[in-house]
Design a protein around this ligand. Structure first.
Ligand SMILES: Cc1cc2nc3c(=O)[nH]c(=O)nc-3n(C[C@H](O)[C@H](O)[C@H](O)COP(=O)(O)O)c2cc1C
Length: 307
């Protein structure tokens, strides 16, 4: 059996918000969960249009707050705010390939091209907080620059406690199969990430020298997957009840007007592969009202008991 504190829930922008993290947590009490990426600019300026700038993690268990940015002082200040908000550790995004982050802001994956700046950011964040700091990165910028091991050494030298390695380059984006190099002789533990879905996948990563595994897309519509992989929980029989609970948490957090459109993608994932799901998705895409969407959930999955 794989200890569930070795299986991480990945940071996913637009997905790993507080309601989703609470859903994951309800099935897997010990799983380390990373927040969606938080801009150090938005966080330190206390921008009120971004709810996650004000999250409190004290009741969330083992949560790593992920920050992105390119200015060491702002990254350090952001890390302090998140530590005060109860984060268990700080994760620094060094893999996001989105142009807004990686090219225009010089953050995320761009730090794979500027190891000196990466080191400065890691050092500044490590000095600013008392909680552990990790980095999440990729194999390299492109196939000609697969220098993840150098970045891991820089991270370790600057006090990072572990690193997550997504087995693709920045150039690959999310295409092609992830590649997971054997881990030997690394100064800090490495967590494998990319295309991992099952206990067998995770066990294979442990055999290759990784200290754990991080699951991203496989958790969409399946927030219970961590318990299933760890062998501590089964997939729920009544997915409608799970969806209903998730919807209530979204409404509580975002308010009804924002929550309903945001929740449609989750309903699409929850309903994927079930007969008549295409028709269900068409219907819910036109609904803006919480009671009406709950009626559709009740009808699609049948009677929903509390989970
Ligand atoms: C929609 C989406 C949003 C993501 N957001 C983030 C993010 O905020 N921070 C981050 O480090 N990685 C982010 N990622 C990358 C994932 O954390 C993960 O590295 C990637 O999806 C590969 O793992 P998987 O095959 O298990 O999904 C995102 C990926 C997707 C598809």
């Amino acid at each position: 059996m794989i200890p569930n504190n070795q299986i991480f829930a990945a940071p996913m922008a637009g997905i790993s918000d507080r309601p989703f993290r609470m859903m994951v947590r309800s099935f897997a009490p010990n799983v380390p969960i990373v927040t969606e990426m938080i801009s150090c600019h938005s966080l330190t300026a206390r921008h009120t249009n971004c709810l996650r700038n004000f999250d409190n993690y004290a009741d969330e268990g083992n949560v790593g707050a992920q920050i992105f940015g390119a200015v060491p002082k702002l990254m350090a200040d952001a890390a302090k705010i998140l530590q005060d908000a109860g984060a268990s550790w700080i994760d620094i995004n060094m893999g996001c390939p989105v142009p807004k982050v990686a090219t225009r802001a010089g953050a995320g994956a761009f730090l794979m091209r500027d190891h000196k700046l990466a080191g400065k950011i890691i050092g500044a964040v490590v000095r600013a907080v008392q909680i552990p700091v990790s980095i999440k990165t990729r194999l390299g910028w492109d196939d000609e620059h697969r220098d993840w091991a150098d970045l891991v050494h820089i991270a370790a030298d600057n006090g990072a406690r572990f690193a997550v390695l997504h087995g693709r380059t920045r150039a690959a984006g999310y295409t092609g199969a992830a590649v997971h190099p054997e881990i030997t002789d690394m100064p800090i533990p490495i967590i494998a990430n990319g295309d991992l879905k099952t206990a067998d996948d995770v066990n294979e990563m442990i055999k290759r020298g990784y200290s754990g595994a991080m699951i991203g897309r496989a958790m969409l519509g399946q927030p219970w997957i961590f318990g299933v992989i760890a062998g501590t929980a089964e997939a729920p029989k009544n997915i409608g009840a799970v969806a209903m609970k998730h919807l209530d948490l979204m409404i509580e957090y975002y308010g009804e007007k924002c929550a309903i459109p945001m929740f449609r993608k989750h309903l699409a994932w929850y309903s994927a592969g079930i007969p008549n799901s295409a028709e269900f998705r068409t219907k819910i895409n036109q609904i803006t009202d919480a009671d009406a969407i709950k009626q559709e959930i009740l009808q699609f999955w049948g009677c929903v008991a509390n989970i």
